[in-house]
Design a protein around this ligand. Sequence first.
Ligand code: SAM
Length: 335
Amino acid sequence: MTQQDTHIPVMLAEVLSTLMPSPPRDAAVATPARYCDATFGGGGYAAAILAAAPRCTLWAIDRDPDAIARGAALAARFPGRLHLVEGRFGEMIALLAGHGVTALDGVVMDLGVSSFQLDQAERGFSFRADGPLDMRMEKAGRSAAELVNTLPEPELAEILATFGEERHARRIARAIVAARRAAPIATTGRLAEIVRAAAPRDPSGIDTATRSFQALRIAVNDELGEIERGLAAAARLLAPGGRLVVVAFHSLEDRIVKRFMADAAGRGAGGASRHDPAALAAPRAPASAFRLLTPRALRPGAAETDRNPRARSARLRALERLALPATPATPSVAA
Ligand SMILES: C[S@@+](CC[C@H](N)C(=O)[O-])C[C@H]1O[C@@H](n2cnc3c(N)ncnc32)[C@H](O)[C@@H]1O
């Protein structure tokens, strides 16, 4: 089996135990649970949820048409219980409303790209295999080649610095603009060579092209905007007791998830603190509609990272909607 034949689900045991505290919600309540896997990918989470809660129904979203097409086999294994929905999780409310779903008992999000996407050279995500410089998860819109060949140098540098946290962003942007004058940059291999020649080797040993590729991928797919919209949508859809479980892979993603969940649970920067006497003296803030289940992010165990190096940077955070009436404490997320 080649790598691209599979995607090993990351932190699967932790995702399940956080989403469905034992005994599974399914068995404990009269109405079967409704879940959403907002990042279906290879269906690893979806299959495990469907097996763990035998009466539940699951709506699985992915913006990648290939992922949705691959999912047909899994849907056939769970007749009437797995519904595949092509689209962006930032539009989850409208996508699920189209299926008559307006409330959920749980949402899982496994951010980033799948091994299927990374390992298929023709999708253009990887600097390890030469392919067309594409990186579009949904195979539509502006490709990475369009960005690197058309954006003004300062905008390119801004993307590399912001989404790649690349210290040598300006040098790399200058090199890209010089190279594209000679000939348009059409392949991942050529872009990787340009970046490697422009920036010094990373002392950590990671490939010099890593940060630039991450930055372009995030820009092409508006990944951070999607995460913000997806988190807000998921929180709005949660029924009382419903849980949102998110696995993030790099600090830009995780920062957004951490801040969103802290704010929703009333623990954000704006909340009262014992280090801030003025805030303590102020009238009590209204109770939050959410409870933070992970004051600290969960990390994968050593056995998992040995087996699957891709899991190394994973961080799991989770939130639960309380069985309280919604309050104005979190206006951006309270339903
Ligand atoms: C890490 S993989 C998920 C793997 C999955 N948990 C499994 O076990 O097989 C992430 C998937 O999310 C999809 N994705 C990323 N951003 C998305 C978005 N904004 N909306 C919908 N799908 C998205 C990608 O296309 C990819 O298939």
